[in-house]
Ligand binder design. Structure first.
Ligand code: DP6
Length: 403
């Protein structure tokens, strides 16, 4: 048998996809298998210069089986959510072939795939790596199989929040009504260029024990929390409208207040879950106090926090206020003096911290509570990487030593 050891150029594609952070939270499914939510949600896509997943997919007739490597380690390709994404992409590819698309390359459909994926941020940072990961997987598979058009419905079947990472800027995931989930899709509300002054600071809380995962956490919440039911039915629909309008008007105060209230309500539903789930720790609580005291001192809402299923705060703030706010964070969470850089990502100018502001905040400093800050902004959706040197798989179809 003739084994082709080198792959055709068209059979290898590398793409990148972003992380997103919800300002109206998704929490709770009405269908576990299809990943259909009990409420709509809205997020901001973070810039890939700071946080991204990179994925290479290759197909070759010489591959014996589908395989996947994540952050340097081979993982089980039979994971049900990976299988859902592969199955749906292959289904679309077959459909395109049977629809008789003349431009369609028939060969790769029967071939096995090798998938290699890495994050440019530590998984330990507790950032939603599954959203970027599944968005990148689905986007890259679609490129390899020559599929265009709506893909968020497939990314959703990898991880709910992944469907929102299929677009840049401000994105809503419309919950949909249908039982088959065909109308449960993500949609861009505004592109990443819409609000250039908006900055996003990820405050990475010092590593702690791993909190309970979103998938099982929200399952218990759906089963036990009547506050969650109330939230999904009677609170979120109105907030989706208000949030969309606040984004469209670039009304920071309205955007910020809704963001904080929705994060707080999500964590209240966690406390209402039985047994209760705690994602916020004492660092998170200190960040919440700091933001409210900072806003009160200035007599306006200048900063907003939001927290997902972990203790890291994500702060929204306008560019002009970033230097002073970062100084305040540094003052009340004094970093390790011999540690690395405290601020990563977009550069932050130095600012003086007034005694009045320090006094107005008046918290007891928590040394090393925050290990570092990632400074970023809204960014674009998934992209194809054109440079072949960036492929994570070598010509033998195995991860390059650096991947
Ligand atoms: C708190 O998308 O990780 O981050 O659909 O089970 O994979 P699965 O859950 P996941 O949940 C994200 C929950 C959240 C809020 C949000 O991103 O909207």
């Amino acid at each position: 048998m003739l084994i082709h050891s080198h792959m055709d150029k068209s059979n290898i594609v590398t793409c990148t996809a972003p992380v997103n952070i919800a300002v109206i939270k998704y929490w709770g499914k009405r269908n576990e298998e299809l990943i259909l939510p009990i409420n709509s949600s809205l997020s901001v896509t973070l810039h890939q210069d700071q946080l991204k997943t990179t994925t290479t997919v290759a197909t070759s007739r010489s591959f014996q089986e589908d395989r996947i490597w994540l952050n340097g380690k081979e993982e089980d390709i039979n994971h049900p959510r990976i299988q859902s994404c592969l199955r749906e992409i292959r289904r679309l590819a077959r459909k395109r072939r049977s629809d008789g698309d003349p431009g369609f390359d028939l060969t790769s459909l029967s071939h096995k795939v090798h998938i290699c994926s890495v994050n440019n941020f530590p998984t330990a940072a507790g950032l939603a790596s599954s959203a970027a990961g599944f968005a990148c997987l689905v986007y890259t598979l679609a490129q390899v199989f020559g599929i265009e058009g709506e893909l968020s419905g497939i990314a959703r079947q990898g991880s709910g929040s992944a469907c929102r990472s299929m677009y840049g800027g401000f994105v809503q995931w419309i919950m949909g009504q249908k039982d088959d989930g065909k109308d449960s899709l993500a949609q861009q509300v505004e592109p990443e260029t819409h609000w250039p002054e908006l900055r996003i600071l990820v405050l990475v809380a010092s590593a702690e024990r791993k909190p309970i995962g979103s998938t099982s956490g929200m399952q218990t919440s759906v089963q036990t929390s009547c506050l969650l039911k109330h939230r999904a039915e009677s609170v979120v629909p109105g907030r989706m409208v208000e949030m969309t309008e606040a984004v469209q008007r670039k009304d920071f105060a309205a955007f910020a207040e809704l963001t904080m209230k929705d994060s707080n309500q999500f964590h209240a539903t966690c406390l209402d879950t039985y047994p209760p789930i705690f994602y916020l720790n004492n660092v998170s609580q200190q960040v919440i106090s700091l933001v409210h005291r900072y806003n009160r001192h200035h007599g306006e809402t200048r900063a907003a926090y939001t927290f997902d299923a972990g203790p890291n705060a994500v702060i929204f703030i306008l560019q002009q206020h970033v230097p002073e706010f970062v100084q305040a964070v540094q003052h009340f969470f004094p970093p390790e003096s011999n540690g690395g850089q405290f601020i990563k990502g977009l550069p932050v100018n130095h600012a003086a911290l007034s005694e009045e502001l320090k006094r107005a905040i008046g918290l007891e400093p928590m040394p090393k509570g925050i290990s570092y800050i990632i400074s970023t902004k809204a960014g674009p959706g998934p992209c194809v990487v054109e440079d072949p040197a960036q492929h994570l798989l070598g010509s033998d179809g195995l991860p390059k030593k650096t991947a």
